[in-house]
Design a protein around this ligand. Structure first.
Ligand code: GRF
Length: 188
């Protein structure tokens, strides 16, 4: 049976692209649609280049949840993947997709997670704390920010001369390598 994924992304969309490319020729899993809260997010261009429909949803629509659920139904979505998505997911969507929404976080949760800990803020905090290890966490999404059950973690070193940018680049490599494969594992 075909499984349809929706990707939610707010920014660059490099993870969204890696996932879409990974499943491009998959017989059973399809990246059916991408949703963003930002009209100018680069993810739209990446998705359009791969012929994946990509929509912008206003903050009001996110908060209402029903317009989002309608799109998810229209595309027969089984599974939601957050990839750099910066809005809180309304409880109604979490309930409708219980244990079928996952997120990737660019640190070893529970360290450096929670409100305000996203993107460069995470890497800045890791470097400021003089951590020698950072990494990625893939976890289920619940009502608690970055608090759902952990599915997978992988670490990488933090170098003494790392900047937030160099650390982010190392972490992105890990994300692109593991996120698609973990999605495949969960859906197989
Ligand atoms: C990733 O580092 C991810 O862990 C975090 O946001 C970043 C998104 O990057 N949640 P991109 O938009 O996929 O390039």
């Amino acid at each position: 049976m075909k499984r349809n994924i929706a990707i939610f992304a707010s920014g660059e969309g490099s993870n969204a692209e890696a996932i879409a490319l990974y499943f491009a020729n998959d017989e059973n899993i399809d990246v059916a649609v991408s949703l963003s809260n930002r009209k100018n997010a680069f993810v739209h261009q990446r998705m359009s280049a791969l012929d994946i429909p990509s929509f912008t949803i206003s903050n009001e629509q996110w908060n209402l949840a029903t317009p989002v659920i309608e799109i998810l139904k229209r595309y027969d979505i089984d599974f939601i993947v957050l990839a750099g998505f910066l809005c809180i997911i309304p409880g109604q969507i979490i309930d409708a997709y219980k244990n079928r929404i996952i997120n990737i976080h660019p640190s070893l949760l529970p360290k450096f997670g929670g409100a305000g800990m996203w993107g460069h803020h995470v890497h800045e905090a890791v470097i400021a704390s003089k951590e020698t290890l950072s990494g990625i966490t893939i976890h289920y999404v619940t009502n608690e920010i970055d608090g759902g059950e952990i599915i997978f973690q992988e670490s990488c070193p933090v170098m003494p001369d790392d900047t937030p940018e160099s650390l982010a680049a190392r972490i992105h490599e890990l994300e692109h390598k593991h996120y698609p494969a973990i999605i495949k594992r969960l859906l197989s």
